[in-house]
Write a protein that binds this ligand. Structure first.
Ligand code: 5GP
Ligand code: MG
Ligand code: MG
Length: 183
């Protein structure tokens, strides 16, 4: 059966093959940097689950994984940067070399808040890995240590990224047709 969401896609930005190459490259880098370390991957639900699932298998040193979920307070479409933890980590971060795994770094507001909270829990080290980065959109000073690809200021979906909670299950990353947004 053909993928029923294909008709909603204006263009594909990253194919499955390109995503696999990106993940392989980052996994290789992380594996080298975390030799002999106590690596804990933390993924912020839900956008980064697909990336997380692939990335952890591209990492060739022992590691643990954990997940957290947050909701951001805000009026309408704007992120306020104040986030509430709706599902906290199971693991106590002390002594871990923490690597936060994100889908996309946009304004950076959500992540800067999360990183501050994580820092307060005394991990041994803390770094950030993001699949996509939109540096033009940054309003706070957050820099990722591992970046899959820099993307232009377009709203992208697929490979975990949603529009109104849908399209996360697309195996590639693309841009939706304008009419899908109800325009
Ligand atoms: P920020 O960095 O602005 O605090 O928020 C980043 C979050 O906004 C991401 O984790 C993601 O959920 C959402 N986001 C930002 N840009 C995009 C995009 O192009 N597509 C999708 N689907 N979500 C995005
Ligand atoms: Mg995210
Ligand atoms: Mg979203």
């Amino acid at each position: 059966m053909e993928n029923q969401m294909l008709g909603d896609i204006e263009k594909v930005l990253f194919s499955e093959e390109q995503l696999a190459e990106i993940v392989e490259r980052i996994g290789e880098q992380i594996s080298e940097d975390y030799q002999g370390k106590n690596l804990l991957l933390v993924s912020v639900l839900k956008g980064s689950v697909v990336f997380m699932a692939d990335l952890m298998r591209a990492i060739k040193v022992p590691c643990e994984v954990d997940f957290m979920s947050v909701s951001s307070y805000g009026n309408g479409t704007k992120t306020s940067g104040i986030v509430k933890i709706t599902k906290d980590l199971d693991i106590n971060l002390e002594g871990y070399d923490l690597l936060v795994v994100e889908d996309i770094l946009d304004s950076g507001l959500t992540l800067s808040y999360i990183l501050e909270m994580m820092q307060a829990r005394n991990p041994k080290s803390i770094r950030l890995c993001t699949l996509f980065d939109k540096p033009e959109r940054r309003t706070v000073n957050v820099k990722a240590d591992y970046v899959g690809a820099v993307v232009p200021d377009d709203f992208i979906v697929g490979y975990g990224l949603d529009y109104a909670q849908k399209y996360r299950n697309l195996p590639f990353v693309g841009v939706l047709k304008p009419e899908v947004y109800g325009g």
